[in-house]
Design a protein around this ligand. Structure first.
Ligand code: TRP
Length: 430
């Protein structure tokens, strides 16, 4: 079981793909995190690809927990958000201040300060363009949607997904639903939805992703099913299906589909459809459904990124300060931490020259692999390491220089980024 609340887990990525039905990305997205397989899996990414190829609007969404400092591991999510924004995504970011209040006792006022100073200022300095950032505690849409969504699940399901028990706190019941509402509310009608929505996450968030995808599907009236190589549509619920069938037939025929209805079975069979047209047909029907179902959502898509190894080996974790580089570390602190990092190097210089190092288990090499966008440079570092011509001391200094340059740049831009804050924070909605 994958548990988003446990902090000591290692992942066998191949096994996750086999056992949890996570899909591998294809090579449509040409971004270093995809090319280097730092994004090892995805769900529903074909919706995003479809939207982009057809010039349709789409969202990118993430949330931040305002506690502690932003570190290099969190940076990967924002790198992706900035990438999807460059492809045209409308970006939404939730500040999870309800969650940080409930789990860490952080007041809303303090959460706001942390979010702005420790996280959002860095996002802007990293290149995030104006977008919609909101606070959970102030967003009436997400709160009311969470209430509505809670009708779509039950304790048996939450126990199965999260391993909750009868004595689990209600917070553990509510927080996945709030998170689902964070993501799905970006598709509400008054925000131009329904639209494909991409949520880049660490794989520990997969249980939340599965739940929100199921909740989205359950609220739909039209359900789209591959059926012997073609597509069939079923009308869910117990209302008289006639109107839904007729409206869908009209819409689909206007797009060249030949449909035959079966009112008794609440179904439409599309004679000239192909199974591969599932997304296209789903998008046509989602937009139609949005006219009469206020809560019509397209199942959100997710990318899963690998977790960066901590500098001391093991997980990067705020409970081991020297395992991670915070984006507010001074270049001197970062350099010290990198100098003390474990590596994939050999015992002696002689041995390393003879046998080469092992970059595949080296957290210092990960600093290159996860944080430099230049493929040629990263391959050169890799080759030099395994070829025995790159020694750990020099490699650490070089990594420290790169990271220091990045940190210095963030620090220099901070004031300017803080001044731009109004272009990012949306006003409270109630
Ligand atoms: N729960 C996430 C965390 O602990 C934060 C979060 C809140 C989030 N809402 C979200 C993440 C929506 C992705 C999408 O970091």
């Amino acid at each position: 079981m994958i548990n988003p609340w446990s902090s000591s887990q290692y992942f066998d990525y191949e096994k996750l793909i086999r056992e949890f039905g996570i899909d591998k990305p294809n090579d449509y997205f040409d971004y270093f995190m995809f090319r280097r397989k730092l994004i090892f899996g995805q769900r529903g990414l074909d919706y995003l690809e479809y939207a982009i190829k057809n010039g349709m609007e789409f969202n990118a969404m993430t949330g931040l927990m305002p506690s502690g400092h932003m570190h290099l591991g969190n940076k990967l999510t924002i790198d992706q958000i900035i990438y999807f924004q460059s492809l045209g995504a409308e970006v939404y970011i939730a500040v999870a201040d309800l969650e940080s209040y409930a789990t860490r006792g952080i007041s809303f006022e303090r959460a706001r300060e942390i979010a702005i100073n420790e996280y959002i200022a860095n996002y802007i300095s990293m290149g995030l363009k104006p977008c919609k950032i909101y606070f959970q505690s102030e967003n009436f849409d997400t709160q009311s949607l969470a209430f509505i969504l809670s009708n779509g699940t039950n304790m048996n399901e939450l126990k199965a997904i999260y391993g909750l028990t009868d004595s689990s706190s209600m917070l553990h019941v509510n927080s996945p639903i709030i998170q689902a509402a964070d993501v799905l509310h970006t598709q509400m009608r008054h925000l131009g939805g329904p639209k494909p929505t991409i949520v880049p996450v660490g794989v520990d968030q997969d249980p939340h992703i599965r739940l929100m995808r199921d909740l989205a599907k359950r609220l739909r009236i039209y359900s789209i099913k591959p059926d012997h190589g073609k597509i069939s549509i079923f009308i869910k619920g117990t209302d008289n299906p006639e109107r839904y069938i007729n409206e869908a037939m009209e819409e689909l025929s206007s797009k060249g589909y030949e449909c035959s209805p079966n009112y008794e079975y609440r179904a439409i069979y599309i004679k000239n459809s192909k199974e591969e047209e599932r997304i296209k047909i789903d998008m046509i029907l989602a937009r139609l459904e949005g006219k009469f179902n206020e809560y019509t959502f397209i199942e959100p898509s997710a990318t899963f990124q690998k977790l960066e190894t901590g500098l001391r080996g093991g997980k990067m974790s705020s409970s081991v300060p020297d395992s991670l580089i915070s984006l507010n570390d001074s270049p001197a602190d970062a350099t010290r931490k990198i100098k003390h990092a474990v590596t994939g190097g050999r015992q002696t210089v002689e041995e390393q020259k003879k046998l080469g190092g092992n970059p595949d288990i080296c957290p210092v090499f990960e600093l290159y692999k996860y944080h430099s966008s230049d493929d040629k440079y990263v391959s050169r570092v890799y080759e030099e390491c395994i070829g025995g011509v790159r020694m750990c001391g020099a490699c650490k200094s070089e990594a420290a220089q790169n990271i220091s340059k990045f940190l210095k740049n963030l620090a220099e831009k901070k004031d300017e980024s803080l001044r731009k804050m109004d272009d990012y924070l949306i006003k409270r909605s109630s």
